[in-house]
Design a protein around this ligand. Structure first.
Ligand code: CP
Length: 334
């Protein structure tokens, strides 16, 4: 067991990870496609230690003291932005937040110039959300500090997938072997893409259920560049026997017209409701990355029912994001 002391605060890192924090090789977190199962396990193990820190009366350790973390959000967020901020503060980092709509970006400043400005102000880690897929990858090529993708376009949301897997593991003991059914708008969902990478790397069986117009080409015709998943258009068959039912938000703001006949029809065919949930295992978890369109992709009864772990996902997001920040910028490695 590795223990790190400073100023009376102790961070106890787990002993059983196959990859250790000192062997961590990622400078950026852009997606999970280049992660190994051992690396994902390490993040989840370290998040356990962070949960222990967050349960203390003083929820703080000095692991990132002297480091500067900046959030750069070109799209709105509640959960991701607040939890990264809380995570960085719990690790004693200096934290600054920049919202594109209230910055010189509105005067036409480019992404690269904005990033160079943050770097000039001392950013060691930039946590970035952007509507364009690939923007964080571009950012990573231009600054020396670490970039964490907090959601880019339809592409990836790796910290969400990691907190989802952490929540599954907390309830089920392991991710390997779980039957995970993802239901909804997979076309526009960066959450589902990162989850498909992470879950398949970890050995879960993934089923996807989406309207044909909301199913991305990469899933319909999987190539070498995307993991193979089961596509099941019938929601009842997709949910049957599932350990986890992950519901996705209909991303109406990203949709062109004509992708769905009507919301009424979507609700009839694809809403996860109490009746349909009975087809899953009795102890199945209901997950949703949020924000939810209650009454649309998920009924209020399921969203707030006994099987829902939606609020737990949010809580776990802080510990998982602490683990990521620790691995990227913790300084003293285990
Ligand atoms: N799940 C998620 O990314 O939520 P926010 O948009 O509120 O950050």
């Amino acid at each position: 067991m590795t223990t790190w002391h400073e100023d009376g605060s102790t961070l106890v890192l787990p002993p059983k990870a196959a990859v250790t924090a000192s062997a961590w090789r990622h400078h950026h977190i852009l997606d999970l496609d280049d992660f190994t199962a051992d690396e994902i396990e390490l993040v989840l193990h370290i998040a356990d230690s962070m949960k222990e820190v967050l349960a203390r009366p003083v929820k703080k350790v000095p692991a990132l003291r002297g480091r500067t973390v900046m959030t750069l959000f070109y799209e709105n967020s509640t959960r991701t932005r607040l939890s990264f901020e809380l995570a960085a503060k719990s690790l004693s980092a200096d934290v600054s937040n920049l919202t594109a709509s209230a910055s010189s970006i509105t005067k036409g400043e480019s992404l690269i110039d904005t990033l160079l400005t943050l770097e000039s102000l001392g950013a060691d880690v930039v946590i970035m959300r952007h509507p364009q897929s690939g923007a964080p990858n571009l950012a990573a090529q231009h600054i020396k500090g670490s970039v964490i993708n907090a959601g880019d376009g339809w592409h990836a949301h790796p910290s969400q997938a990691l907190l989802d897997m952490y929540t599954m593991k907390a309830h089920k003991g392991a991710v390997k072997g779980l039957k995970v059914t993802i239901i909804g708008d997979t076309k526009h969902s960066r959450v589902s893409r990162s989850n498909i990478w992470g879950l398949t790397i970890m050995g879960a069986e993934v089923t996807v259920c989406s309207p044909p117009t909301l199913l991305p080409v990469g899933l319909r015709e999987p190539g070498d560049n995307f993991p193979r998943v089961r596509i099941e258009p019938d929601i009842n068959k997709a949910i049957a026997g599932a350990d986890v039912v992950m519901v996705l938000r209909l991303q109406l703001e990203r949709m062109q017209t004509g992708l769905l006949p009507s919301m009424r029809e979507y609700i009839q065919i694809y809403q996860v409701n109490e009746e349909r949930l009975k087809l899953a295992k009795p102890d199945a978890l209901v997950m949703h990355p949020g924000p939810m369109n209650e009454g649309l992709e998920i009924s209020s009864g399921v969203a707030h029912g006994s099987q829902s772990v939606v609020n737990e996902q949010v809580t776990n997001g802080v510990a998982v994001r602490m683990a990521l920040l620790y691995l990227l910028a913790g300084g003293k490695k285990a």
